[in-house]
Design a protein around this ligand. Structure first.
Ligand SMILES: C[S@@+](CC[C@H](N)C(=O)[O-])C[C@H]1O[C@@H](n2cnc3c(N)ncnc32)[C@H](O)[C@@H]1O
Length: 368
């Protein structure tokens, strides 16, 4: 057994519903796998170190149909272990989880907090919450599972020693900080609109600030209230788009889209910009940038064997130029990796990012 497997003191299988969802390469959507129809496949999915999608489209798509968007899942076991290690729940702790999902992590938290501790877990989807309550009771754990918007926290259980969110956020909700006691810890996948999130561990101070470092990259689903959206320009809009060329190298473009390279920094420098990368075929790839709020959009089309790429831009912002400039900034700053960053949230809600240490040479407030 590996070190991370030892963290997982409660089995996963009892929390996985009989119907789960898997990628469907034919449609780029998700299709259901039923335990009753394919017991072997279901067990393989449960045993793998991969997330398992347990709901699509907020429950609106029935099994047997094609789902478009995962909306609840059981997280990847090795990531669950990494987040638990960062949270460091001790016997007797009061813990709040946001994003109950299957209830597996709530069981793991309950196991750690012990009989003297208390776990509250909040799930926005009533059906998902009900299923989690049933699974938790069947396995013998009794955390308080609340149905509601976890970004508001749950003042009834405060103050907490530990807060963990198992969906990702762009901004740290103020109630989480207010409901955590000084010295308490908040662990959350935090990131920007642009790309993946970083496993972020904040410690709450006496003065109501929360501050700490970013770490490994995570790809979590967003809390419902902070989901991303993208634009699909119509053909006539594409025809009218501003068209330029960029001579950025393939290596530089890779850096712009890779989390461990420039992507995390670009997200911190370019607000409200969502990145998508699409493989069209073996020879063509598209990098797109979307800001739904200002209706701005950009596309860089890469063609194998070429060394100059066409850039199309629409809307009031020139998103490609902003991303291009942020990449230059990243190079000038010595190519900082995500784990060199930290975040401080002050009582007035300012989210200040810094490199290496708070108030170091490079720090700035984020705009949203
Ligand atoms: C990755 S899943 C959680 C995995 C879960 N901890 C487990 O052990 O299975 C994320 C969950 O967050 C829930 N969620 C999204 N937005 C939320 C919100 N504002 N408040 C509470 N739960 C939310 C989703 O419905 C989904 O069930």
């Amino acid at each position: 057994m590996t070190e991370w497997q030892e963290q997982l003191t409660v089995p996963r299988a009892p929390f996985i519903p009989a119907v789960v969802w898997v990628d469907d390469p034919a449609t780029s959507g998700f299709i259901s796998v039923s335990r009753g129809d394919d017991e072997t496949r279901w067990h393989e999915l449960v045993a793998a170190d991969e997330p398992i999608i347990t709901q699509v489209d907020d429950g609106r798509t029935a099994p047997g149909r094609t789902g478009l968007q995962p909306s609840s899942s059981c997280s990847q076991p090795s990531l669950v272990a990494a987040m638990l290690a960062a949270l460091d729940v001790r016997d007797g702790h009061r813990v709040m989880e946001i994003g109950t999902g299957t209830g597996w992590n709530a069981a793991l938290l309950s196991d750690r907090a012990g009989a003297r501790g208390r776990v509250v877990s909040i799930e926005v989807d009533p059906t998902v919450a009900d299923n989690a309550r049933t699974a938790l009771a069947d396995v013998g754990y009794a955390p308080l599972v609340m149905t509601g918007d976890g970004t508001k926290g749950y003042a009834g259980g405060a103050p907490y020693d530990r807060v963990i969110c198992t969906a990702s956020v762009r901004t740290i909700p103020r109630p989480w900080i207010d409901q955590t006691q000084p010295g308490g810890v908040i662990v959350v996948p935090w990131g920007t609109d642009y790309g993946n999130d970083a496993l972020t561990r904040l410690e709450v101070g006496e003065d109501g600030t929360a501050s700490g470092r970013c770490g490994m990259g995570l790809a979590f689903m967003r809390v419902r209230q902070q989901r991303r959206d993208f634009l699909e320009p119509a053909v006539d809009e594409l025809d009218a788009a501003e068209t330029t060329q960029t001579g950025r190298t393939g290596r530089e473009l890779f850096e712009m889209v890779a989390f461990t390279q420039a992507a995390f920094t670009i997200g911190l420098r370019v607000p409200s910009c969502y990145l998508t990368v699409e493989e069209i075929d073996d020879d063509h790839r598209r990098i797109e940038l979307h800001d739904v709020r200002s209706q701005s959009w950009a596309r860089v089309t890469l063609v194998r064997g070429h060394d100059s790429w066409t850039v199309r831009q629409i809307g009031p912002r020139r998103l490609w130029h902003e991303v291009d400039a942020a990449h230059t900034w990243w190079c000038d700053a010595g190519k900082p990796t995500p784990d060199r960053y930290g975040l401080t949230v002050t009582p007035d809600g300012t989210h200040e990012v810094w490199i290496d240490a708070p108030r170091n040479e490079r720090h700035w407030p984020l705009t949203f």
